[in-house]
Design a binder for this molecule. Structure first.
Ligand code: GUN
Length: 287
């Protein structure tokens, strides 16, 4: 039987630490303050941003969701971000994606100053990863994946890892972060040939493609020693939330697997709160 890599114990441990950090900051007169900008009313984005706000408040930080109509113009959004950027009382800024069509061209990461870019999307923060400089704010989902692998003591150094999906939010930064940890990384995507050949050879398979139950037992090796990380948040034909993997089919065919829900989703929110605390301390020179 394989291990279910739940976020719950990791979060429990980190929430305790983050609460202590926020309490220490409060004694110095600082309460981390996140502004989440939500344009429009995409149902999934409304749920995600609510989870983000609740989690920040749980650890003793502040979080306001600034709701803007879906008709918001580029100049209005840029004006708002400019004000938040220059407000010393604001420590983190996040623009929830996706944005409505008329704003879709915006380079979201780079309109937020890198020291408040708690999503880790800016060129500055990405360059820190590429150069393997352990500074800056790391993208939340890749950071959460590394945290859960480390918590469950899954070795990275020298291991073969197959990442599926090359998005700027997950696959690309993740493949670099894993390389920095001395893993051998294969990054597969929609144009890759014979993905199964790569996944069968991997010690760890990480799927971030957004296709419900795409990864079936045919993608796995026969030795049942693989670890599977499922980043997907999809709905199956019955409208049920599911990941990129067919969880029930894979459970006894691997060594360990993350569930959906309860796996990488909550780890991403944890990473966001960690980034908010890091950003706050750095802005206030309280490291
Ligand atoms: N939409 C889906 N995932 C994310 C994320 O990690 N950050 C932002 N800003 N929007 C998202």
């Amino acid at each position: 039987m394989s291990i279910c890599l739940e976020a719950k114990p990791v979060r429990k441990e980190r929430i305790r630490e983050l609460k202590t950090e926020c309490a220490n900051l409060k004694m110095k007169g600082v309460v981390p303050n996140l502004k989440v900008v939500l344009v429009g009313d995409d149902p999934a984005s409304v749920i995600y941003t609510t989870h983000k706000k609740k989690f920040c408040e749980k650890i003793g930080a502040r979080c306001e969701i600034i709701k803007l109509p879906s008709s918001t113009s580029e100049s209005h959004l840029l004006d708002l971000i400019g004000k938040l950027a220059s407000d010393d009382d604001v420590n983190g800024i996040l623009i929830q994606l996706p944005l409505p069509q008329q704003l879709g061209h915006l380079d979201v990461g780079n309109i937020i100053p890198p020291n408040k870019d708690v999503d880790g999307f800016s060129d500055f923060n990405i360059a820190k990863i590429v150069k393997n400089e352990n500074l800056g704010l790391k993208p939340c989902t890749p950071k959460g994946i590394l945290s859960i692998l480390d918590y469950y003591k899954i070795p990275l150094e020298g291991s073969n890892i197959c990442v599926i999906g090359r998005s700027m939010i997950v696959g690309k930064p993740l493949s670099i972060m894993l390389t920095n940890r001395n893993a051998t990384v294969v990054l597969c995507h929609s144009k890759s040939k014979n993905i199964k050949d790569h996944t069968k050879r991997a010690d760890i398979i990480i799927s971030a493609i957004g296709k419900p139950k795409f990864i079936t037992k045919d993608f796995l090796s026969d030795d049942r020693k693989q670890t599977i990380i499922d980043v997907g948040m999809n709905h199956d034909d019955d409208g049920q939330l599911c990941g990129d993997t067919n969880y029930s089919e894979l459970l006894d065919k691997c060594a360990a697997i993350t569930p959906v829900p309860g796996g990488i989703g909550p780890m991403t929110i944890l990473s966001l709160a960690e980034n908010l605390v890091i950003a706050t301390k750095s802005q206030k020179n309280l490291n």
